[in-house]
Design a protein around this ligand. Structure first.
Ligand code: MN3
Length: 205
C-alpha cells in the first residue's frame, strides 16, 4: 500500500505564494488520484509490496506494457508529489545553509546560479513535466528536467531528486494562469531548504 504524504501545514498556509484552492486541488485531487491509481495498478501487476523507488527503477520488469505505462505515470505522480509537498512549507524561502549550501556552491558556483538554472529548466520544459535538483550516492548535485511524471529514478540516471518543481499547469493555473515564471518565482518562496537538506543527508550519507 503506497501512502500519500499528509500535508504538514494548512492548505492556506502557503499563501500568497501558492493559493489554498491550488493546494486543495493539487494534493486533494490530483495527487490523491495518482496514489489511488498506483495502488490499483500495482496490485494488478503484483508489485504492491515493493518500495516505490525500487519499483520506479525497475519498470522494465513489468511485462504487460499497459500496466508498465500506468505504473510509470501514476507511480511517478505519486512519488513526485510526495517529494514536492514534503519539501515546501510556510517556513520556506531563503537559502540553504551548512553542508548543502557548500555543495551547491561547489556544484553550481552559487545559490543564485542554482536558482537560475532550475528556473531555466522549469521554464523551458515544453508541456507537462518537472525540474529537479538531484543527487547521486556520492553526494554530487546536478539539475535536470523530465517530461510528464518521469523523474531521475524512473529514468535510471543513478540520481535521486531532492527538490521538485512541478510545471504541470494544474500546479499553478488557478492563480498564475499562463504565467509559469511567476509561479516558479513564488515556489522558491516556499521551498524549505532545511527539509531539502534532510533529504540530501539521507541520500549522501
Ligand atoms: Mn502536480
Amino acid at each position: 500500500m503506497f501512502e500519500q504524504v499528509k500535508l504538514a501545514y494548512a492548505t492556506d498556509a502557503l499563501e500568497p505564494h501558492i493559493d489554498k484552492e491550488t493546494v486543495e486541488t493539487h494534493h486533494g485531487k490530483h495527487h490523491a488520484t495518482y496514489t489511488t491509481n498506483l495502488n490499483n495498478f500495482a496490485e494488478k501487476a503484483g508489485v504492491a509490496d515493493m518500495d516505490i523507488e525500487q519499483l520506479l527503477a525497475s519498470l522494465d520488469s513489468i511485462e504487460d506494457p499497459a500496466l508498465r505505462t500506468a505504473i510509470r505515470n501514476n507511480g511517478g505522480g505519486f512519488y513526485n508529489h510526495n517529494l514536492y509537498f514534503s519539501t515546501i512549507s510556510p517556513n520556506g524561502g531563503g537559502e540553504p545553509e551548512g553542508r548543502l549550501a557548500a555543495k551547491i556552491n561547489e556544484s553550481f558556483g552559487s545559490f543564485a546560479a542554482l536558482k537560475e538554472k532550475l528556473t531555466n529548466l522549469a521554464l523551458s520544459q515544453f508541456g507537462s513535466g518537472w525540474a529537479w535538483l538531484e543527487v547521486d550516492e556520492a553526494g554530487n548535485l546536478s539539475a535536470s528536467s523530465t517530461l510528464n511524471q518521469d523523474n531521475p529514478i524512473s529514468l535510471n540516471t543513478g540520481k535521486k531528486p531532492i527538490v521538485a518543481i512541478d510545471v504541470w499547469e494544474h500546479a499553478y493555473y488557478l492563480k498564475y494562469k499562463n504565467l509559469r515564471a511567476d509561479y516558479v518565482k513564488a515556489l522558491f518562496e516556499v521551498i524549505d531548504w532545511k527539509l531539502v537538506a534532510e533529504k540530501y543527508d539521507a541520500i549522501a550519507g
